[in-house]
Design a protein around this ligand. Structure first.
Ligand code: NAP
Length: 526
């Protein structure tokens, strides 16, 4: 079996110590091993001292051209990468594309953004501001690339998108990257870095790969470094409390759990295009990537009078998916397994907690037979739909407001059709990545912006007019902010140009109006 090495300090390095075995989640067949890497201090220095200066010597446009070249390179390996994603991540072909093409899409989007950026090594923010009305002294805000290393710690569910998406933004901003994929699904991330390293497209030290655990990596980070973390809230808490991270003021961005909600407006009529969209989206968000998406819908708010119709229609569609759950390599299969044995255990445990405040209306958490899967093998869970018990909607202790079951699971929450009650319930989730409103009532949607907005990083508004072209809410586009307050981690990633801020330092440059205009190239100051 192949031992997957880390790519650190410009070379492939074997790990030492007890290796972890990566398996195909559908069959449990072993695929590769990963052992902990050592000498991470040297890798941090290599990134900072070799990768950083080499990237900063390039303009934004030149760095954008590198992103475009990497996207093109990986596109040439797309079929083999999709195949690996299916074997190593339990993905259907559609799920594999969602991950890989999503990553290539972020590279392409940031390559395109680079075309719009200036030739200067900084980005101006607005115009120079007068400090005192009678004085010629001005303050101009701008962003410069940080002189440190960007450490990217990713979750298991998107080994391609998570890694490439973060790398695209960081490299364009001018910061070198050390990427640490989640161990269980790291075979795909490893192959992607292998392809990029072989190509020698990127400067030495611009993109390193740490396989296996993070070890003492964080101990070596300093004030110019950035950690972009995606994963569970418990791990995030450990990173936030890390003594070196605290002492050195290492910038930390956290993308964590999220109890995303959708709201069916009181005007939503059965049989309308918008109703069909809400149903389509609910099915996709429950079952795409087997529900292992940070943006997947977990809470579905439905007006009392529409509940039975929506529940029955959704349960029927999920039933179809349940009969097509199995080994994603089988043509008949539309939904694959969870990624690891631990995920399955956690999902079943989470379902038991949800049932304290809701009842299962579709699905069997204990089902063991799946399409084309050897008996007793694989980490499968069929789609499960729950309905909240009467009187629990605005109970702060209700488990569906507290527990993210990271699988094909969502809970229907009947509500009174007012945005006030919907917003109250959504806020009880403690901060989410995304919420979605399906309504043709403009006043309802406008109120949603003001009342639900503070709980979110992104709000999707769907009406009858836009229904035909609408995307499922779990699709994260590089142009839109990704992140959310509170439970969701309080982070912000992507969002086009805004995403660059994570890897750049904002400074106010203060000086004479004409000097600032000459040096920085902003608008001539009045
Ligand atoms: P996890 O267990 O928290 O692991 C996330 C990453 O952190 C992995 O690379 C893991 O490495 C690493 N890690 C674990 N302990 C660490 C430590 N002490 N120091 C440094 N790194 C450490 O989460 P997961 O199970 O992979 O992902 C599932 C969670 O991620 C879900 O809760 C989901 O909501 C969240 N998620 C959020 C987003 C978002 O954008 N908001 C996106 C996807 C997923 P090992 O694998 O080697 O342990």
């Amino acid at each position: 079996m192949r031992a997957l090495e880390s790519y650190l300090s410009g070379t492939w390095k074997s790990g030492t110590g007890t290796p972890a075995t990566l398996v195909n989640p559908a069959t449990e067949a072993p695929l590769a091993t990963v052992a902990p890497a050592t000498d991470l201090a040297a890798a941090v220095s290599f990134g900072r001292d070799r990768g950083g200066p080499a990237l900063r010597a390039l303009s934004f446009r030149q760095r954008g051209a590198l992103l475009a070249a990497v996207a093109k390179l990986l596109h040439g390996h797309r079929e083999a990468l999709l195949d690996l994603s299916q074997h190593s991540g339990g993905n259907t072909r559609g799920d594999a594309k969602f991950d890989l093409d999503g990553g290539l899409g972020v590279l392409a989007a940031y390559a395109e953004l680079a075309e719009t950026l200036p030739a200067d090594p900084w980005l101006l923010e607005g115009d120079a501001a007068a400090i005192v009305r009678t004085s010629k002294i001005r303050a101009q805000h701008l962003l410069v690339p940080r002189h440190g290393l960007a450490v990217h710690i990713n979750a298991f569910n998107f080994p391609a998108w998570g890694m490439l998406g973060k790398a695209a933004v960081s490299l364009l901003a001018g910061m070198p990257v050390l990427s640490k994929p989640a161990t269980s699904t790291s075979a795909l991330a490893h192959r992607i870095i292998e392809i990029i390293a072989e190509s020698k497209l990127l400067p030495d030290g611009a993109l390193q790969l740490l396989m296996g655990p993070a070890g003492d990596l964080l101990d070596h980070l300093g004030p110019q470094d950035v950690i972009a973390f995606t994963g569970g809230a418990d791990t995030a808490a450990k990173l936030r409390g890390h003594p070196g991270v605290l002492r050195n003021g290492v910038r930390l961005n956290v993308e964590a759990d999220s109890l995303n909600a959708v709201v069916l407006g009181p005007d939503l009529a059965e049989g309308s295009q918008l109703w069909d969209l809400a149903l389509r989206d609910a099915v996709i968000e429950l079952t795409q990537k087997t529900g292992q998406k940070c943006t997947a819908t977990r809470r579905i708010l439905v007006p009392h009078e529409r509940l039975a119709d929506f529940r029955d229609a959704l349960a029927e569609r999920l039933g179809e998916l349940a009969s097509k759950t199995g080994d994603p390599l089988s043509k008949a299969v539309k939904m694959g397994p969870l990624s690891t044995a631990q995920q399955l255990t956690d999902a079943r445990k989470g379902l038991a907690s949800l049932q304290q405040h809701a009842r299962i209306v579709r699905g069997d958490p204990e089902r063991r037979d799946f399409v084309d899967v050897p008996a007793g093998k694989g980490f499968f869970l069929e789609p499960i739909l729950l309905e909240a018990n009467a009187g629990t909607l605005t109970d702060p202790a209700a488990s569906f407001h507290q527990i993210e079951v990271f699988g094909p699971v969502a809970t229907l929450l009947p509500y009174d059709g007012s945005i006030t009650e919907a917003a109250r319930a959504i806020a009880l989730g403690g901060g989410s990545l995304v919420s979605t409103v399906y309504s043709d009532d403009r006043e309802f949607s406008a109120k949603a912006v003001a009342e639900i907005g503070p709980s979110l990083g992104r709000l999707v508004l769907n009406d009858e007019k836009s229904a035909a072209g609408a995307f499922p809410p779990g699709c994260v586009f590089p142009q839109a902010n990704h992140g959310g307050p509170g439970r969701a981690g309080g982070g912000a990633e992507l969002g086009g140009r805004l995403g660059l801020e994570l890897y750049m330092q904002r400074i106010a440059v203060q000086g004479g109006a004409s000097q600032l205009a000459r040096l920085l190239g902003g608008k001539p100051a009045a």
